[in-house]
Each structure stands twice: as structure tokens, then as C-alpha cells.
Write a protein that binds this ligand. Structure first.
Ligand SMILES: C[S@@+](CC[C@H](N)C(=O)[O-])C[C@H]1O[C@@H](n2cnc3c(N)ncnc32)[C@H](O)[C@@H]1O
Length: 233
């Protein structure tokens, strides 16, 4: 593969929905040869087409294969944008592979910041201060078989929807059982699905740990579960 100096890969995102797109992201999109994405809906595609941008949607490919497909397009193009949602590097397997693949070829990589679900959750819950020993961010996908629970500190469980996938019933039951044992029954949980390209408004389900089992079916692929520390000041 040619490693022409001016070849550039822009890893970027619109944020959680189109109106969160930054001027910086827009400027790069306007000047790239092609935008690759794995998550374009009709509205965003129309928006990009208005900017006269060539678009290629990649769906049904595993993250590593998506990354390889994007990087191999440098045979044809000089400036490629890869568009995702949220913070483009935060818990995003595809952009992780993409960065790794692109590094092998010597293309210039630019990662642009964008609004993450993490930001939206902080705003929605008004989390201006955390428990005294801080906040823990857990990626359920990477520890699904045995999630460590820490009731002494605030915890955000990302990828909680994986527990509702077929075949993971055992892990879900184990997770709920662990939480019930570690937290007081009246401890609170928050299930958060903020406004995004998938939903037009914020959804916040609040309950007590004793009812977690009852509500767990509401956890979807966008839900983040927040458990405030118990006995936190
Ligand atoms: C693969 S990660 C991608 C996160 C993304 N890079 C970001 O910055 O938001 C997907 C997880 O992020 C969280 N998430 C994504 N969209 C969300 C939303 N609209 N509201 C709350 N959490 C969300 C959920 O925990 C979900 O399982």
C-alpha cells in the first residue's frame, strides 16, 4: 500500500445526534474524499449529501474487518473520514482497530472530540460531584462473566445491554444477584438512555435495587446503568 504523506484519516463523530456536530467535524467532512460510517440513518445521510460528500455505509462487518475495509480505501482516496457516534474513541472497538490498522500504513491520523453518552449522562443526572472516592466506569462487555461491584463508589455500567442478549441469561442473573447482595435494598439505580439518533428524548428509569430484576428487561444496547455509592456524602 502506498504511504503518501498527505493521506489523512479523520476519526470523528456527530456526537449523539446531528445537531451536536461541531464546526471542526463539519470542516473535515467537507474536505474529505469519502465518509465511511457504520451508523448512518436517513437523516444524517441526507445531511451529508447536502454537503456533497461521498458516503459509504459499512454494516454487518465485524469491527476489525470494518477497520481493514476503511484503511484499504487509501489505495483510492487521500482523505477519509470515519464517522461514528459519541466520543469516537470511548468504548469503540471499531475506531480502536482503525487506529491500529492506520498506524501500520503511516497515514496521518486525526481524532476529533465529540459529545459522548458519558457527557449526556453527567448532564442528565446533574453529576457535578462524585462519591468521595470517585466514580468507576465499567465496560460490562469486557467482564460479563464476573462483574466486580463496588457499592462504596459511584459506578457507571456501560454495555449493560449485553446482559440481555440471548445466551447471557446466566451472567445477567449472576450480576443482579451480586448487586442485591452488595447493596441495601433501598439503594437506587438509574437506567439511562439519552436523546440520540435512535431516540428523540431522554429516558431515565429510576428504582430501588430490590426492583432491579423487574426492570432489567428495559435495558437495551444504549442503556447505561448508574449506581450511586451507598452511604456517600
Ligand atoms: C459501544 S459503547 C459506545 C459509546 C460511545 N462511544 C459514546 O461515547 O457514547 C455503547 C455504550 O455506550 C452507552 N451509550 C451509548 N449511547 C447511549 C445513550 N444514548 N444513552 C446512554 N448511554 C449510551 C451504553 O452504555 C452503550 O452500551
Amino acid at each position: 500500500m502506498s504511504t503518501h504523506k498527505k493521506k489523512e484519516l479523520i476519526i470523528c463523530s456527530l456526537g449523539l445526534f446531528k445537531n451536536q456536530c461541531t464546526l471542526e467535524v463539519l470542516a473535515h467532512i467537507k474536505t474529505c474524499d469519502i465518509v465511511f460510517s457504520h451508523m448512518l440513518d436517513g437523516e444524517i445521510s441526507r445531511f451529508l449529501k447536502k454537503l456533497s460528500v461521498r458516503i459509504k455505509i459499512i454494516k454487518n462487518l465485524k469491527p476489525d474487518k470494518t477497520a481493514q475495509a476503511v484503511v484499504s480505501a487509501f489505495k483510492e482516496f487521500d482523505k477519509i473520514c470515519f464517522l461514528t457516534y459519541g466520543n469516537p474513541m470511548f468504548l469503540n472497538a471499531t475506531t480502536g482497530y482503525l487506529k491500529k490498522e492506520a498506524l501500520k500504513t503511516g497515514v496521518k491520523i486525526i481524532v476529533l472530540n465529540a459529545v459522548s453518552s458519558f457527557d449526556a449522562i453527567i448532564s442528565l443526572l446533574g453529576l457535578c460531584k462524585f462519591s468521595d472516592i470517585g466514580i468507576r466506569v465499567v465496560d460490562i462487555a469486557s467482564c460479563i462473566k464476573d462483574v466486580v461491584v463496588t457499592p462504596e463508589m459511584d459506578t457507571l455500567f456501560f454495555m449493560a445491554g449485553d446482559l440481555n442478549l440471548k445466551g447471557n441469561e446466566k451472567y445477567k442473573n449472576n450480576f443482579i444477584k451480586k448487586l442485591m447482595a452488595a447493596y441495601t435494598q433501598s439503594a437506587e439505580f438509574f437506567m439511562i438512555d439519552t436523546k440520540s439518533i435512535a431516540t428523540n428524548s431522554d429516558t431515565l428509569i429510576k428504582g430501588n435495587i430490590s426492583d432491579l430484576d423487574k426492570y432489567f428487561s428495559k435495558v437495551n444496547e444504549r442503556t447505561t446503568l448508574f449506581l450511586p455509592a451507598i452511604n456517600s456524602k
